[in-house]
Write a protein that binds this ligand. Structure first.
Ligand code: PHE
Length: 357
């Protein structure tokens, strides 16, 4: 576990806010990594961590990933993220009050940070935040928002998997391809549905048993235990739950040809993209393939896009990945490195314009 001061020094982000919420026992973090391309934007994650410092580090790393995500997707936003590091499940009142206090902190940033849904927060929670501040994307449709971004995140990941299979196998046909989806929550579940429809052989895993059972009953997918995920033979391994699921020591164990999923920061360190390349595994950089949620929220709510324009943006995830794969091959570098170079170029040319309303 790295020390907070070391990470702060290496981070390169703008700032992080920290607070403690006495009634819930939650630590609250808002990390703004970059406002170079626009207001720092990124979801509010509610999660239990081993220590509060782990929550802060997660917020910082996730905010950094958002900077890269926005740059690669060509969206006029910077990178930020919030973490509400809760001690466990909260009763509804305590949870609501924690969200209201978080909303107050978001509001103090005056629109330089804009939040949205993330792991364990949803549109109803964004409605709650909007009682205090306008700076939350993803409110429910009834409340003037664009609703959940999770289904469009899944659509983007699906396009990304198709492009990755095309690059690795020379054909984009998913029929018969073994795709392992780790985590079948708000993003993983709709992804599984699309994969099944496309004829893939889908394997699912989740720490919450009810979720896999319902998919097994409904779609007849294969199920593997969470502990067996990394050792399961498949064409595509799609991590769609928390990050840090692939450490350097895990890479020799992997029995997949492609890693392409929705999870933010699936590699415990970004530099492990090189180890995946050496292992002959095609890696879809997380901040490219999981940009669908950002495209949905920012497209609809900040840029006034039509459904057709959002869909075009989601299809663009596949196109961008194909370009990154070609760049990586041509330069003899990892796909992670190629994607980071693309983001760096966008950031270098980016001039911060007026913030969208
Ligand atoms: N949390 C999602 C993501 O990481 C969706 C999101 C995007 C939320 C942009 C807020 C802003 O992409």
């Amino acid at each position: 576990m790295p020390r907070v001061e070391d990470v702060l020094r290496q981070w390169g982000g703008e700032f992080a806010l920290t607070a403690y919420d006495e009634p819930s026992g939650a630590y609250m973090f808002i990390a703004i990594h970059s406002t170079r391309l626009g207001p720092g934007a990124g979801g509010t994650r509610m999660k239990t961590y081993a220590t509060p410092a782990d929550g802060l580090l997660d917020a910082m790393r996730l905010a950094e990933a958002m900077t890269l995500k926005m740059a690669v997707a060509g969206l006029p936003m910077g990178g930020g993220k919030s973490v509400l590091a809760v001690p466990g499940e909260l009763d509804p009142d305590t949870r609501r009050n924690l969200l209201l206090r978080h909303a107050h902190n978001v509001h103090m940033l005056g629109g330089n940070y804009r939040t949205g849904p993330d792991m364990n927060t949803n549109s109803a929670d964004m409605d709650t935040l909007c009682e205090v501040t306008p700076w939350a994307f993803g409110r429910s449709v009834d409340n003037g928002g664009s609703g959940s971004s999770a289904p469009d995140t899944a659509v983007g990941v699906f396009h990304g998997i198709v492009a990755s299979v095309g690059h690795a196998y020379g054909s984009e046909d998913l029929a018969g391809k073994r795709v392992l989806v780790q985590g079948v929550g708000a993003v993983g579940e709709p992804l599984v549905e699309m994969l099944v429809k496309a004829g893939a052989h889908v394997i699912v895993s989740d720490v919450t048993l009810d979720r896999v059972e319902s998919l097994y009953d409904r779609l007849g997918v294969e199920v593997v235990a969470p502990a067996s995920v990394l050792d399961t033979e498949c064409d595509v391994y799609a991590p769609c739950a928390t990050g840090g699921v692939i450490g350097p020591e895990d890479i020799p164990r992997l029995r997949c040809r492609i890693v392409a999923g929705a999870a933010n920061n699936p590699l415990s360190q970004r530099s492990d993209g090189e180890l995946l390349r050496e292992a002959g595994i095609l890696y879809a950089p997380d901040f490219v393939i999981n940009g669908g949620g950002a495209i949905h929220l920012i497209g609809y709510e900040a840029l006034g896009w039509s459904q057709q324009e959002v869909e075009r943006g989601l299809v663009g995830i596949g196109t961008t990945l194909s370009r990154i794969y070609a760049d990586a091959d041509a330069a003899g570098i990892s796909t992670e490195e190629a994607a980071e170079r693309l983001a760096a170029a966008r950031l270098a040319e980016g001039r911060r314009g007026p913030a969208p309303a």
